[in-house]
Design a protein around this ligand. Structure first.
Ligand code: PLP
Length: 375
């Protein structure tokens, strides 16, 4: 089954009881036992398993090409479950521009439990070689990265992780399996914030981990999911599964629109830099072409005139909404440095854009108008 077909069908079937084409939402927390004590429906209690969660997990395992998946109540719960599957004394290598929540949970929660971590520039493979040590158990990969859209070589990093006996895990939230399949590139785990492109409509929070094998690491993840219990509700699972049905069509249009917006920005005299892997001048363009099927719907750009000019452009848009997050049908614009706080290393002149599914012409016209307010 090709990925577009799996996005529509994997894990779901016409409901046997009602012949409903769309799966029903099973809100029941508990499931009846047969007279012999068995569980003929295959479920016991919704923290442990639920039909809607099962549908989502089966679909995501199919989309990423893995054997198994565990769904969580948020992307960060999925990140935390991966770290909880390690042991005190283990070391984790994370990219220096990793999603800020990931480094914060390592610093504020997992360091106290004895998990050590190092930040590494993973675009520099010699820096990675120097940082990998005997205690390294997991190498975290995130590409394209936030908010500079840096691209790293997933296969090369996974090979180095494996040579050191470490697990290679990828935060694939920005690319989605439609554009990038890390397990095919040699990685062991793929994690998503399903809040973003998979849900696709900015109306549900969720996370998931897909593993290449139904192995010991998967069993630890499943124990964290079922015992620690940060599970998504049946309705949340249903919403994410529903979002995935249109993922292929949405990603195609996110990519097309982002390309159009990037081309417009590149030609604008008041835009100093555009960070989009689809641009031939982008430092990660060749790697992105090799490992991605499309360049995605995220980009960022730096406005001439620094922080104030960037804030003025963000204030001037009408079609874009000023908000954080990404991956929904609506276009969002965000001044990253101000949301990241005083530690931020993001240029103050940078605006990050999640390009949505509106008309590309309207999006370009909106940015054109907002940039014109600077003159
Ligand atoms: C949003 C996001 C997360 C965190 O997911 P939540 O669903 O907000 O908990 C992790 N990684 C990346 C790349 C994200 O964009």
């Amino acid at each position: 089954m090709r990925i577009e077909t799996a996005a529509v069908h994997a894990g779901t079937a016409v409901d046997e009881g009602t012949q409903a084409v769309t799966p029903p939402i099973v809100l029941s927390t508990t499931f009846a036992r047969a007279a012999d004590g068995g569980f003929p429906g295959g479920h016991v209690y919704t923290r442990t398993s639920n039909p809607n969660r099962g549908e989502l997990e089966t679909a995501m395992a199919a989309l990423e090409g893995g054997e198994a998946a565990t769904a969580f109540a948020s992307g960060m719960a999925a990140v935390a479950a991966i770290f909880q599957s390690l042991a005190p004394g283990d070391r984790v290598l994370v990219p220096s521009d990793v999603y800020h929540g990931t480094v914060h949970v390592l610093r504020q929660v997992f360091q106290r439990w004895g998990l050590a971590f190092d930040l590494v520039d993973m675009a520099d493979l010699t820096a990675l070689d120097r940082a990998i040590g005997p205690q390294t158990r997991l190498v975290w990969i995130e590409t394209p990265s936030n908010p500079m859209l840096r691209v790293v070589d997933v296969a090369a990093i996974a090979a180095r992780a494996h040579a050191a006996g470490a697990v290679a895990a990828v935060d694939n939230t920005w690319a989605t399996p439609l554009l990038q399949r890390p397990l095919d590139l040699g990685c062991d785990l793929v994690m998503h914030s399903t809040t973003k492109y998979l849900g696709g409509h900015s109306d549900v929070l969720g996370g998931i981990v897909v593993t290449r094998r139904r192995d010991a690491f998967f069993e630890r993840l499943e124990a964290v999911q079922r015992l620690a219990g940060a599970v998504p509700s049946p309705f949340d699972c249903w919403l994410v599964r529903r979002g995935i049905r249109s993922l292929a069509a949405r990603m195609r249009m996110h990519c097309e629109n982002a390309e159009a917006v990037a081309q417009f920005l590149v030609g604008h005299p008041l835009v100093e830099r555009v960070h989009y892997p689809g641009l031939p001048g982008h430092p990660g363009h060749d790697i992105a072409r090799r490992q991605m099927r499309g360049f995605g719907g995220m980009l960022s750009f730096e406005v001439a005139g620094g922080r104030e000019a960037a804030m003025a452009v963000a204030a001037g848009v009408e079609v874009f909404t000023r908000a954080t997050s990404l991956g929904g049908v609506e276009s969002l614009i965000e001044h990253r440095a101000s949301i990241e706080g005083p530690e931020s290393r993001t240029p103050p002149s940078l605006l990050r854009v999640s390009v949505g599914l509106e008309s590309a012409e309207d999006l370009v016209a909106d940015l054109h108008r907002a940039l014109a307010t600077l003159q």
